[in-house]
Design a protein around this ligand. Sequence first.
Ligand code: UT7
Length: 330
Amino acid sequence: MNIPFGVKISGLGSAVPPKIIKNSDLESLFETNSEWIESRTGILERRICEFSAEKPDSLDLSIKAAKQALGNTSPEELDLIIVATSTPDYLYPSTACRLQSALGAKNILAFDLSAACSGFVFALMTASQFIQLGTAKKVLIVGVDIHSRFMDWTDRSTAILFGDGAGAALIERTSAENNQLLSHSLHSDGSGACELYLKSVGGQFPNGKIQKPVETVFMNGKKIYQFAVKAIPDILANITGNIDLKTENIDYLICHQANQRILDSVAEKLNWPKEKCLSNIAKYGNTSAASIPLAWHEYKDQIENNSLLALVGFGAGLTWGGILWRWKQF
Ligand code: UT7
């Protein structure tokens, strides 16, 4: 397809709250042990937003990540802000509108996008299409989630996995010849909604003592695991096949960080060295919509120029999707 404009990435940023919860800290909350968590998930610790009248909340994390991604770009140069989140501080107004105001980005469009752990990939595609059609020149996208507010802190099957964080990217118009977005494949299947969900009444953690919120995350971990280990290689085959490449042409996979065993199983299935699947899950756990930009930001200086990146998200909805991206240092 001929496109009038290309897209390029010109900034990345990330932010996590300071409070660290180690695996051993969870041993007093429910029956578990650090070794089980580490060997079954690869997670050693995660960050959480402590509940206090002060902060941080998802807006604070978004602001920090966004400012890093913007670098010297003035917020006033933006045309659009998209925030991918499933755990906003407010159901409305959107986190994107609050971020727009906090950054001082006037007279632009700002909206949230809800696609759970696939949110960043969906937001990147949405931003790119605004740019490729000529509707926007500079778009800020943020993936942010604060799952700690929506956990049942007595449920060992979910509470071990999630952490809080934000990641951001600045996407800009470039010439069609320099387009960095090479291929994509996005999917939804609402019939899987019952396997991973969060109803819309939240609660708070920790506020002195553990409280069970009214509504918390439900996850059929096994089903989601099985879905992920099939969906990821399929997506990689799709996005490479679209442009007559093979999965071995991918230099790095920046995948949603849900479980180290999921990443290892992709490497094994595709006969890749494990290092090809970039991972920071040990430090942050599953940060949902933030996990891909958080890993991208963290690894950006180690990724060689011109590398072929596969960005793959999957999660509640069910939703899943991948983007093939030609990495250029900025
Ligand atoms: O971001 C959204 C996408 N989410 C995901 O991708 C998550 C995908 N799922 C998973 O990562 C894994 O299914 C989990 C990490 C959630 C669970 O790992 P698992 O290997 O599937 O464990 P399991 O549920 O099959 O449980 C195995 C055993 C059970 O004991 P029995 O029945 O064999 O005696 C569980 O009761 O491990 C037990 N168990 C635990 N033990 C200690 C489950 N959770 C824990 C725990 N600590 N936290």
